[in-house]
Design a protein around this ligand. Structure first.
Ligand code: IMP
Length: 202
């Protein structure tokens, strides 16, 4: 099977491609394999809506099977923000957005700093949606940014027991662990594992 992996983030595409690298008879394409086209407006109310919008748009446009994702960080103390708006929640860079979250949470005690990453995946063909699922990775917002690994909000995403990582990583941030550790517990890994199971049923 050939699938166009329709994510515009190199980092996310790399993570998903690495997790799918062992799947037999699966060829991945990226948007770079197709003529440049305008991206659809990601104006869905939820991450699942946005993954659908992207999967349906690119599969109709190029006439191929497409796997699209949408993801984001939900912070309990901020009523689930930045959520579906994670990529553009506030002005500036990823690190400006991390600082904005830390700033808004300056008075929030450790036990109320719960947060989770969510990743939704949608597989579509020109005939419609074929499969969809989501993965969640629980954690907490750290008191300060630590580490340079990962991307986006990783340096402020604290790993807890609920994350499901080995206990030696509890207390570290997503910026402080290796890509291998992230690949076992992340929201994206959890969603992609369901995709691998789906492929086995076809
Ligand atoms: P998307 O491209 O609309 O899915 O935007 C997702 C945004 O959520 C990214 O720009 C990041 O800010 C954040 N995000 C999603 N997944 C991760 C992750 O694994 N680590 C750090 N930030 C993430």
């Amino acid at each position: 099977m050939t699938i166009l992996l329709a994510t515009t983030s190199q980092h996310k595409a790399g993570e998903i491609a690495a997790m799918l690298s062992g799947v037999p008879d699966l060829q991945l394409q990226t948007l770079n394999d197709f003529p440049a086209t305008e991206a659809p407006e990601e104006d869905g109310a939820t991450m699942a809506d946005n993954a659908r919008i992207k999967a349906e748009f690119y599969s109709q446009h190029f006439g191929v099977r497409v796997l699209a994702d949408d993801s984001g960080l939900e912070v309990d103390a901020l009523n689930g923000e930045p959520g579906v708006h994670s990529a553009r929640w506030s002005e500036g860079s990823d690190s400006d957005r991390m600082l904005a979250i830390l700033d808004r949470m300056i008075d929030v005690p450790v036990e109320e700093r719960g947060a989770r990453y969510r990743c939704t995946l949608c597989l579509a063909t020109p005939d419609g949606i074929e499969w969809e699922a989501e993965g969640v990775c629980e954690g907490e917002i750290a008191l300060e940014a630590r580490g340079t690994g990962g991307f986006g909000y990783d340096p402020i995403f604290g790993i807890t027991l609920a994350t499901g990582a080995d206990s030696e990583y509890v207390g570290k941030t997503g910026g402080e662990v290796s890509p291998e550790v992230k690949a076992t517990v992340s929201h994206r890994a959890r969603a992609v594992r369901q995709f691998v199971e789906y492929l086995k049923t076809r």
